[in-house]
Design a protein around this ligand. Structure first.
Ligand code: BGC
Length: 344
């Protein structure tokens, strides 16, 4: 009798120790959604687009949100993650910064916290939610093809500068591969290849080097996003020139450049759609469901959403969808183009 009760006391103690461990390590019973964004200046999307979109859909899905930004600092990324995990996370949505998310994903999974790689791929994540990034790249390559044709220039002899995103971001290779598939098929060749970065000022400096090396003869630029395109356009503006280029993100600056005819097109990837897809997935995981996805990225199931190409005549659709504001776009020098293309 005495022996049994000792055993049951020990069992109760063990169970409560486990429960305590469950609480303090924040295993998947927590309803906190922990999110880490990579930076605030590789574009405006992370702070102005993704943060509010994620906050809204995750709260609507019944989560408390803890959304932080690593401000392009890998050490800070790790510190934020440790603090979030010790408070407890029911799910982690990580946008990788230069590989920092890989270790975080390992730690989270050891604590039973499912990890969704949000927008950028992460080795070892449970799921990857993003746009079809090869297609994004194809649309960027197509911008160069169509823009040169419209300018009456032969793509085979055109002077084209090739740029790409930060090579540590797994998306950058997908964008580039997609773009190259279109450009190679059209017979394009690189007159100069930039190193690749998501940092605007660095892209500007690299483009200045290309511009000098090519003695100012630049017909087109393969630009990986609107932020890089804006930095490159600034250099072209200084030299009173334009060149054909695409971009992505449908950012305010990108849409303005499209309206002004300085950028052929941008690729629109609605944050609301991406955030909703991630939040829906988080809910399914929390219910214990494991949705299967047709695509895979390095063995991680990949939910690949459809990107949309936006030319000047399509800008109004981004405004109508609530992902850009006419008041922000149609400033002094852009007002006439807004009137011409029905942006209001
Ligand atoms: C995203 C782009 C963004 C870039 C820079 C990529 O991973 O897919 O939308 O422009 O990072 O932040």
């Amino acid at each position: 009798m005495k022996k049994t009760s000792l055993i049951s006391i020990a069992a109760v103690a063990a169970v409560s120790a486990l429960m305590l461990a469950g609480c303090s390590t924040g295993a998947a019973t927590s309803t906190r959604a922990c999110v880490i964004l990579p930076d605030a200046d590789s574009g405006t999307r992370w702070e102005s687009g993704d943060r509010p979109a994620l906050d809204k859909v995750l709260k609507a899905a019944g989560y408390e949100t803890d959304i932080q930004n690593a401000q392009k600092d890998a050490a800070k990324y790790a510190t934020i993650a440790d603090a979030q995990l010790s408070k407890g996370c029911g799910v982690m949505l990580l946008v990788d910064f230069q590989g920092a998310a890989v270790t975080v994903a390992e730690k989270a999974k050891k604590q039973g916290v499912p990890v969704i790689a949000y927008d950028r791929p992460i080795a070892g994540a449970d799921y990857y939610v993003s746009f079809d990034n090869d297609k994004v790249g194809q649309l960027e390559g197509q911008a160069v093809v169509d823009g040169l044709a419209a300018a009456g220039k032969d793509i085979k002899t055109a002077s084209i500068v090739y740029s790409s995103g930060d090579p540590t971001d797994g998306n950058a290779k997908m964008f580039l591969d997609g773009a190259l598939s279109v450009l190679n098929a059209a017979g394009a060749k690189a007159a100069f290849t930039m190193k690749g970065t998501w940092d605007g000022p660095t892209a500007g400096t690299e483009f200045e080097q290309a511009f000098t090396a090519l003695k100012g003869k630049v017909d087109a630029v393969l630009a990986p996003n609107d932020n890089n395109a804006a930095a490159i356009i600034q250099i072209l503006d200084k030299n009173k020139m334009t060149a054909v280029m695409g971009g992505q993100d449908a950012s305010t600056a990108g849409l303005q450049n499209v309206l002004l005819g300085k950028q052929w097109s941008t690729v629109y990837k609605p944050f609301s759609v991406e955030a909703k897809a991630a939040a829906d997935l988080a809910v399914e995981i929390l219910k214990g469901n494991k949705p299967t996805e047709a695509k895979s990225n390095g063995g991680v199931p990949f939910l690949a959403l459809d990107p949309i190409s936006i030319k000047a005549a399509d800008v109004h659709t981004v405004v109508e969808a609530g992902d850009a504001k006419a008041a922000d776009l149609c400033t002094a020098d852009v007002a006439a183009a807004c009137a011409k293309y029905g942006v209001k």
